[in-house]
Each structure stands twice: as structure tokens, then as C-alpha cells.
Design a protein around this ligand. Structure first.
Ligand SMILES: *Cc1c(COP(=O)(O)O)cnc(C)c1O
Length: 389
């Protein structure tokens, strides 16, 4: 059939297109595809999707997602990276790739809540058991590791209560028993410290937070420094089908160059507000690892060069939970909602008694995630809302 006799729709689909040669812009192109065309059957059969010397199918990578993977690996100080559709999916893919029936996974007692729920439900139903360990006690972790233990999750700072553990000590305790460690590095974001230098095997991050920085995209990454370990995760990735969209990858690629300046800006404002709140009579404790007296401050100091814009406060127990809710509701610049590392400051009250037994503190906990607003405006907002207690 000659080209001129084709249906116009066919002609539209097969319209000639060459990517512009010599268009040497520094921005990464947004390459979108499910199908990638092979020249012939020989090329199809010769293609090994595990290798990055070509393309197989949109799910297994495009020039856009390969570039983002390489940049996240660079940020984390790793060699290989797999992208998944959310931070929680990054936790799940590590669990699904490495754990089998009869295995045990150890989680810190201040682990990101949905990670614990995954262990408590799907993992348990698949025959994988889990126990919680005290991340502030590396010797206790070493004593808990048994023949079934296959993976130890690490988190720094811990979710909501913000304890900063001795990451190198915990990693060494696991390594001494031949057990893999995986770090949820969403807080550190590849900026505050370099996790692979502490002996950690796998570094996961919710790109939803600092790498995106816009509060407008969900994505996760799993970075490694070991080809065999990467391949185990990549195989599971292929079988699960957890790919990411090019437009989402583009958003993260666009935000990445400013991650360090944003991180430091969030950090500076958060430390100013945390230090001021520590002087307020309504507040019994401020939990911020860079603050003297906060749990694990010495580990933070030994490990980190900066801190994320995140901290929690414990209200004096004389203020009821209902009063603290009134404080949260009275805030105007701080919006009530989950997540962090976007331009908007956020606040969430947590019920410590429901989160952890025994609860580590009396009194209601409120977590602040500091955005990019002026510190003086945020402080005035908190000051006004404290009056509503
Ligand atoms: C937000 C977050 C996640 C999950 O990321 P999502 O993209 O929201 O699924 C995991 N761990 C930590 C510490 C987080 O803050």
C-alpha cells in the first residue's frame, strides 16, 4: 500500500518525526511511551531490559526516567536507582523484593506509620513476621537479630517523635550478622548526610517531599551501591509494574537543582521557630534533632551538616487535647495536612497514646512542617494561636 492511499488517521499516527538534532538545551526532554519500537525481530530478541544500554517498554524506563534515576543515585551517593509511584511504594518494593515466607523484618519503634501497617498486614499475611526495636539502642538491636532476620529498616530522624539514632552503629550491628539494612532517607533527602558512607545497603526516599518540593507529585526511589542487590529490586519492580509517569519525573527533574537551597531555607526557619517555642511556657518539650536536649542530638551532630524543616512539640499536659486542637484550628498560615517539604507550612496533631505503647511523653504532640514563608510571619501566627489555647 502506498503512503498516499493510507487512511488519514494512519497517516497521522505515522507522521514523520525526528527529534531535533542540534537542539542542545540543558533541560531533559519529556519522553513518553508505553511502546518502544524494535528495528526487527533480532533486535527484539537481543534486548535485555535489565541493561540500561537501550529501551524495552515504557514501564522499564525512558530517557526521562533513566536520567532521574541517575540523578537521584548521584544525590544519595549510590550507583543504581529504581523509581516507583510513591514513597510508600518504595518501602513496599524493598520489602517485597527481599522478604519471603518465614523471614523476619525489624522496624524501628518510631517508623513511618504506613511502613509498620504494611508489615502488620500484607507482610504478615504473606508469612513474613516483624518486630519493633528501639532505634536508640544499637546493642539491643544486635541482640534481637536472629536466623530469620533478613532486613532491618532504619529511619532518621524517626517519624513524628524525631529521635536521631546512631545510624552507623545500627548498620554495623546488622552487618555483623549478615543482615541487610534499608534506610528511609526522606528526612535527610541526600542533603543532611550521606547514608552509604555509614554502611547502609539500601536507601529509599519519598521524592514526594524534598526532591519534588512542590507538594504536587508523588514518587519514591530505591538507591543501592550493589549490582546484585539492585537487580533483585529491579526484578520485583518489573513484576509488580510500579512505573512512574514522564510528566511526574519531569517535575522532580525540574526541582532537583534547587533541593539544597530549599533544604537549607526550610532548616533555618524551622530551627528559629523550634528554639523560640522551647522558651514558651505552653510547651513542655521541643523535638528537633538539631536542638540541644532533643533525643539523639549527639548522633545528629556527629552525622549531619543540616536538618529538614520538621519538628514536633509536646504541650504541657495541663492543656487538654481539645485545647491543643483549638490551637491548631486557630493557626492561619499553617494548614492542617500531611506531608512536608513543600512551600506551604503544615501542622498535624498526633495522639501519641494511640501511636506507641508505652507512649514516650505525656501531653499532646503537634508536628510542624515548616515551609518557605517568612519566619516572622509564621512565628506571629503561632503566637496568636497559642492565645487560643
Ligand atoms: C511521606 C513519607 C513516606 C511516603 O511517601 P509518599 O510518597 O507519601 O508515599 C515515607 N517515609 C517518610 C518518612 C515520609 O515522610
Amino acid at each position: 500500500m502506498s503512503e498516499s492511499s493510507r487512511d488519514s488517521i494512519t497517516g497521522l499516527i505515522h507522521h514523520p518525526y525526528q527529534p531535533p538534532a542540534g537542539f542542545d538545551a540543558p533541560q531533559v526532554g519529556v519522553f513518553k511511551a508505553s511502546t518502544v519500537i524494535f528495528k526487527d525481530t533480532k533486535a527484539l530478541r537481543a534486548r535485555d531490559w535489565r541493561h540500561r544500554d537501550g529501551y524495552t517498554y515504557g514501564l522499564h524506563g525512558t530517557p526521562t526516567t533513566f536520567t532521574l534515576e541517575e540523578r537521584i543515585a548521584t544525590l544519595e551517593g549510590g550507583l543504581q536507582c529504581v523509581l516507583v509511584p510513591s514513597g510508600l511504594a518504595a518501602v513496599a518494593i524493598v520489602d517485597f523484593a527481599l522478604l519471603r515466607p518465614g523471614d523476619e523484618v525489624l522496624l524501628p519503634n518510631n517508623v513511618y506509620g504506613p511502613s509498620r501497617e504494611l508489615a502488620r498486614n500484607e507482610l504478615k499475611e504473606f508469612g513474613v513476621s516483624f518486630r519493633l526495636y528501639d532505634p536508640m539502642d544499637a546493642a539491643a538491636l544486635a541482640a534481637m537479630i536472629g536466623p530469620q532476620t533478613k532486613l532491618v529498616w532504619l529511619e532518621a530522624a524517626g517519624s513524628v517523635t524525631m529521635e536521631f539514632p546512631d545510624l552507623a552503629g545500627l548498620a554495623a550491628a546488622a552487618k555483623a550478622r549478615g543482615v541487610l539494612t534499608a534506610l528511609d532517607n526522606t528526612w535527610g533527602a541526600g542533603i543532611a548526610f550521606k547514608p552509604f558512607e555509614l554502611g547502609i545497603d539500601i536507601v529509599m526516599q519519598a521524592l514526594t517531599k524534598f526532591p519534588s518540593g512542590g507538594g504536587d507529585v508523588l514518587m519514591g526511589s530505591v538507591t543501592t551501591r550493589d549490582n546484585a542487590l539492585h537487580e533483585r529490586i529491579k526484578l520485583t519492580h518489573m513484576r509488580m509494574g510500579w512505573g512512574v509517569a514522564a510528566n511526574d519525573a519531569e517535575l522532580v527533574l525540574r526541582s532537583l537543582p534547587s533541593i539544597a537551597v530549599r533544604y537549607h531555607a526550610h532548616d533555618a526557619t524551622a530551627r528559629t521557630l523550634a528554639a523560640w517555642l522551647a522558651t514558651r511556657p505552653e510547651i513542655a518539650r521541643v523535638l528537633h534533632p538539631a536542638l540541644e536536649g532533643s533525643p539523639g542530638h549527639a548522633h545528629w551532630k556527629a552525622t549531619c551538616t543540616s536538618a529538614a524543616g520538621l519538628f514536633s512539640v509536646i504541650f504541657d499536659p495541663k492543656h487538654s487535647a481539645a485545647q491543643v486542637d483549638r490551637f491548631v484550628d486557630a493557626l492561619r498560615l499553617f494548614k492542617i495536612g500531611y506531608s512536608w517539604a513543600g512551600p506551604l507550612s503544615l501542622v498535624v496533631p498526633y495522639d501519641l497514646q494511640a501511636m506507641r505503647q508505652p507512649a514516650p511523653y505525656d501531653g499532646t504532640l503537634v508536628r510542624f512542617s515548616i515551609g518557605l514563608e517568612a519566619a516572622a510571619d509564621l512565628r506571629a501566627d503561632i503566637e496568636k494561636a497559642l492565645a487560643a489555647l
